[in-house]
Design a protein around this ligand. Structure first.
Ligand code: DOR
Length: 424
């Protein structure tokens, strides 16, 4: 049966319209009522394509005390995401086609946000031997990454870029030089010095990107087709390396996370490990530079790096607690509230919908008839406080707790099916 979302406004329009969905696709706008089928009220909200998350840790298999597919994909749908790429730093690591198939089958049965699996670049994410990239691609892997780990062995990364490139696949990197980062748990600078906490210099990120870009340049010049994606850029220096790579016309893309745009190392003065993340929160100057990167097109997309851990783990001492910030449910309201005006709503939507699709080589989402019915309706006006107790995620805490935000999702539709409704 058809589904029609009534009472929604398209970007830039104040007209209330309806969109009818048939067989998972948009059938058309403002169709006669006899074609509507079931109806759901969009409550005057703004309709855009559902968001795409290029970078989330859903913790299956093996770390389900932190998150699992059901909780993570429910959280994503509640956050307005229709498509989610999960990271392979699980237990065991996702380096086996059978794991990909199992995850896909499980996720498909849930009817929440749609899952896309990224696979490890190297066996066990150990950085030594390439995983079976071709078999992983065949099983449905959408990109390769050792995220969570840094690719210390440059030759292995070179081989990975070469091989993945020949398969038309992106290699996505957690760009930090582990020897420079050493035991740093926060940004190295005034705040780490004042607190006496081991720091991680921005040079760790910039130097690693510079190395990886040179590998890409070398392969590119030799007619190979490497595709490097730099994840969760945190620093002005790191961003500058990507900007240069793009000026050189190299096949390099990057993503920035809302937490690096909105929070700084000042937050660590609380010694609260909820702010401990890799790469770390930097300075306001870095956050400002990343924002400039959004404006000038250096940044291709926004990815949250949703990284749930148990509350008990995050309550440990700052030195001992794991790295990672969970907040996929509020990433859109955070970005909308802080940046919709400064950046322009269209640009913001692009960075969180078409941007990730371009990085991954997927068709760009659209609201035209015939396009997949992956849709987000959000309320641009009503303000509400972030209350992590209500999160679908198992991680019921986040750095934005108590903040007043707007832009809250009203409906998330995935493949023509309502995956989230704020009315329950
Ligand atoms: O802070 C982080 N947490 N950064 C990563 O790269 C990995 C992630 C995790 O898996 O918890």
């Amino acid at each position: 049966m058809n589904l029609t979302i009534t009472n929604v406004k398209r970007l830039g329009s104040s007209e209330r319209e309806s969109v009818t969905i048939e067989d998972g696709k948009i059938l058309g706008w403002n169709l006669p009522e006899d074609q509507h089928g079931e109806t759901v009220d969009g409550r005057g909200g703004t309709i855009i394509p559902a968001l795409t998350e290029p970078h989330a840790h859903l913790r299956e298999p093996g770390q389900t005390e932190k998150e699992d597919l059901a909780s993570g994909l429910a959280a994503a749908a509640a956050g307005g995401y229709g498509n989610v790429v999960c990271m392979p730093n699980t237990t065991p690591v996702i380096d086996d086609p059978a794991i990909i198939r199992t995850l896909q089958d499980k996720a498909a049965a849930l009817g929440l946000a749609r899952l896309h699996v990224s696979a490890a670049l190297t066996k066990g994410q150990k950085g030594e031997q390439l995983a079976e990239l071709s078999a992983l691609k065949e099983a449905g892997a959408v990109m390769f990454t050792d995220d969570g780990r840094t690719n210390e062995n440059a030759r292995v990364l070179r081989l990975g870029l070469e091989y993945a490139g020949s398969l038309g696949m992106v290699v996505s990197v957690h760009a930090e030089d582990a020897t420079l980062r050493a035991d740093g748990v926060m940004n190295e600078g005034e705040v780490s010095q004042a607190l006496g906490v081991p720091g991680n210099p921005t040079a760790a990120e910039a130097a690693r990107i510079a190395r990886d870009v040179e590998i890409v340049a070398w392969l590119h010049e030799r007619g190979n087709s490497p595709r490097l994606h730099v994840q969760h850029l945190s620093s002005a220096a790191g961003l500058e390396r990507v900007r240069e790579a793009k000026r050189r016309g190299l096949p390099v893309t990057c993503e920035v996370s809302p937490h690096h745009l909105t929070l700084t190392d000042e937050k660590l003065r609380s010694f609260d490990a909820v702010y401990k993340v890799a790469p770390p929160l930097r300075t306001q100057a870095d956050a400002d530079a990343l924002f400039e990167g959004l404006l000038d097109g250096t940044v291709d997309c926004i990815g949250t790096d949703h990284a749930p851990h148990t509350r008990a783990e995050k309550e440990r001492d700052l030195l001992e607690a794991p790295f990672g910030i969970p907040y996929i449910e509020v990433a859109w309201p955070v970005m909308y509230t802080r940046f919709a005006e400064k950046l322009g709503l269209e640009k913001l939507v692009d960075l969180m919908t078409a941007g990730p699709a371009r990085v991954l080589g997927w068709p760009e989402p659209s609201l035209e008839a015939g396009a997949p019915a992956d849709l987000l309706v959000f309320d641009p006006d009503t303000e509400r406080k972030v209350n992590p107790a209500t999160f679908q995620s198992k991680a019921k805490f986040c750095p934005y707790a108590g903040e007043t935000l707007k832009g809250w999702p009203v409906l998330t539709v995935v493949g023509g099916v309502v995956a989230y409704s704020s009315e329950g």
